[in-house]
Design a protein around this ligand. Structure first.
Ligand code: GLU
Length: 293
């Protein structure tokens, strides 16, 4: 069994990242499996070497370890391209030249953005659907034609073992269309594959059997399952965990420097204090307590 933590080096790691990474590490250890670190740096403009180094430092300080070398998505872009070409060959992809403003104005009723998914996750109104791909142009994004994809795969179930919504989940056609729609596979702003595509390619390539991540990505899972099926990739088991929030109930974001792990470390807190802060006891402590009963 294999788990992973897959941060983007676009800011400092905070308590929420610690929760994800420690949960994945502890589960791998408990099951005699392996924990991997993967750097999701396809957004070259926002990814910084200093943040990448800090990821290694912070996780090492927390007591986590992982095999080297660590994969960087920026070094694997050709593999995501190959997956996109595969989907193009299956006639499931169309080019899209819509700007965010175009999309906003085409949505008849302005809907609130799905804030917990990446910005390209707004349900696309389908303006460019059906456009042929004559040649790949830098000014186009590429989108998955969800209706065509569903004709091939149908909705795909996923197994969730997280404590919040355990069980088998399968979204209906209608829900997938209403809440997910024609996702972006290739982003023109970064000139590279989008998150859903690169994450399924890499989870499969690294043999990840358990995907552990925050509840903010729970709704990314049904579309990632469809991509896995289209690309003949195996599917992992999913564990979406609770999100760490600040005292006002807002989920922590990268800009919440106040809760950056490096800041706690500088203030003299220990990794044990961090585990306590986020409610994840060290497994060795649990074992000691257990044997004392
Ligand atoms: N790279 C993603 C992030 O930093 C996480 C991807 C995942 O766990 O599926 O939010």
């Amino acid at each position: 069994m294999r788990t992973r933590f897959a941060p983007s080096p676009t800011g400092p790691l905070h308590l929420g990242h610690a929760f994800s990474a420690i949960t994945a590490f502890d589960l791998a250890r408990a099951k005699g499996g392996e924990f991997l670190l993967r750097i999701e740096d396809t957004d070259r403009a926002r990814s910084k070497p200093a943040f990448e180094q800090a990821i290694h430092d912070d996780l090492g300080w927390l007591g986590l370890s992982w095999p080297k070398p660590v994969w960087r998505q920026s070094e694997r872009l050709h593999l995501y391209e190959a997956a996109i070409e595969d989907l193009i060959a299956k006639d499931l992809v169309y080019p899209c030249s819509c700007s965010r403003a175009d999309i906003q104005s085409a949505l008849s009723a302005p809907q609130e953005g799905v804030t917990h998914l990446p910005p390209d996750a707004h349900v696309y109104p389908g303006t460019c659907r059906g456009r042929p791909i004559l040649s790949r142009r830098k000014t186009d994004a590429l989108r998955l034609d969800l209706a065509k994809a569903l004709n091939l795969t149908g909705p795909q179930p996923f197994e969730e073992i997280g404590p919040l919504h355990p069980g088998l989940h399968q979204w209906s056609h209608a829900r997938l269309q209403a809440e997910i729609g024609d996702i972006v596979l290739y982003r023109r702003d970064i000139q590279a594959a989008a998150y859903h595509l690169s994450v399924v390619v890499d989870d499969a390539a690294q043999g990840i059997t358990y995907v552990i991540r925050g509840m903010d990505l729970f709704e990314a899972t049904p579309i990632q399952r469809i991509l896995q099926t289209l690309l003949s990739l195996p599917t992992p088991i999913y564990h979406h965990h609770r999100l760490i929030r600040d005292e006002t109930g807002k989920r922590l974001a990268k800009r919440d420097d106040a809760r950056a792990l490096s800041r706690y470390r500088a203030e003299g807190l220990t990794p044990g204090d961090i585990r306590e802060e986020i409610g994840l006891a060290h497994p060795d402590c649990t074992a000691v307590n257990d044997t004392s009963h």
